[in-house]
Design a protein around this ligand. Structure first.
Ligand SMILES: Cc1ncc(COP(=O)(O)O)c(C=O)c1O
Length: 371
């Protein structure tokens, strides 16, 4: 195992700080005897909805399944088209394909890596059934423009907010602006479980009922299914862990903001382009992603210095082997392809210390001969 001087995301620090509480609720849940669809999930759903200022949160098994269930609740079926970007985590695309629908891509805004609304009208067709903007790295997509286009086309908007817990756009929180918002609580997310977990949020009561049915075999009561559903429930232990973490999210996001400011201030060299924050946006800094000259050489140099950076995402979805059948080609989405060549995510997690940021910055400076 590589021993890093600075890790990309060290989860042990947060766990150590919370350990007494985590152990306490573990004992509580284990002794309670209800492990699926119990009081912890119900409480977490209320608390997460309150945090977002939305009416309903439905806990599900993962962020991927949040998207699958949201698309299903929106009525997406085999043969329908769902519009999204090719520069996203692959589960966004996998979720669409799991329903037999077809992903239709729109290139990104190169500054924010989010769906470019100017290109959205060109992707609409009579088969379009939904739009999934992705709030990548914690920066929200341009929702006003996207929502306006969706409204005039009569399409639901399903926000992929897997990386955007607490991100804000013109006074509204990520996940609360569209028809439904989908969250992941994968361990490295801004609120992370100790396993897989996710949620769909909505203000629409009918959709929330549908989502609750879908996550539990379509059962309206035990052994009475009124529609074909899934097994996609957020278990009691994860819900209990997430309730503890939810109490800290605002503070943790604030720590990320301070770390982002430090990177910006200390890493002042022309070879590095810092993330762009558009007016009216408050990212949650899920990732701090720079654009770097000689990206791969820098990445390897950092590794040789014990600094763990990463590339999200080296291959855009339209060029992934799994999705060749969609018929897209290299050159179809130049901004996504260019981003895949030049982005580099620097270490970022709330417990990262300013001294560690200084080590990262010093190594980048030394790579470019700017000591
Ligand atoms: C943008 C995005 N969408 C969807 C997902 C899927 O979430 P999960 O890993 O919980 O299934 C992730 C995280 O992996 C993600 O980053």
């Amino acid at each position: 195992m590589h021993t890093w001087k600075v890790e990309r995301c060290n989860l042990r620090r947060q766990t150590a700080a919370l350990l007494p509480e985590l152990l306490r609720v573990t004992e509580e849940v284990l002794c309670n005897g209800t492990y699926i669809l119990g009081p912890q999930l119900e409480a977490f759903e209320h608390e997460f909805a309150r945090f977002l200022g939305i009416r309903y949160a439905v806990g599900v098994a993962s962020g991927t399944e949040a998207l699958v269930l949201a698309l299903a609740a929106a009525g997406v079926k085999a043969g329908d088209e769902v519009i999204t970007t090719p520069f996203t985590a692959i589960p966004t695309i996998a979720a669409i394909v799991m329903l037999g629908a077809r992903p239709v891509f729109v290139d990104i805004d190169p500054d924010t890596y989010t769906l470019n609304p100017d290109l959205l009208p060109g992707a609409l067709s009579p088969k379009s059934r939904a739009i999934i903007p992705v709030h990548l790295f914690g920066h929200c997509a341009e929702m006003d423009a996207i929502l306006a286009i969706a409204r005039s086309a009569g399409l639901p908007v399903i926000e992929d907010a897997a990386q955007a817990h607490g991100s804000c756009y013109r006074g509204r929180l990520a996940g609360t602006m569209g028809t439904m918002g989908c969250f992941s609580f994968y361990p490295t997310k801004n609120i992370g479980a100790y396993g897989d977990a996710g949620a769909v949020v909505t203000d629409d009561e009918k959709l929330s009922t549908e989502l609750r049915l879908l996550r539990n075999y379509g059962q309206i009561s035990p052994y009475h299914s009124i529609l074909p559903g899934y097994n996609s429930r957020l278990d009691e232990l994860q819900a209990a862990f997430l309730r503890i973490k939810l109490n800290h999210i605002e503070h943790w996001n604030q720590q990320r903001v301070q770390l982002a400011e430090l990177y910006l201030q200390l890493l002042d060299i022309p070879e590095v382009r810092h993330p762009v924050v558009r007016p009216g946006h408050t990212p949650n800094w899920h990732q701090y992603v720079i654009r770097a000259e000689q990206r791969d050489a820098l990445w390897h140099y950092l590794a040789s210095q014990g600094i763990q950076a990463n590339v999200y995402y080296p291959i855009p979805a339209h060029l992934q082997e799994a999705y060749v059948y969609l018929g897209y080609r290299k050159g179809d989405f130049p901004e996504a392809e260019q981003a895949a060549q030049s982005v580099l995510a620097l270490p970022m997690f709330p417990e990262l210390t300013p001294e560690e940021v200084e080590l990262v910055v010093a190594a980048i400076r030394s790579f470019y001969g700017r000591t």
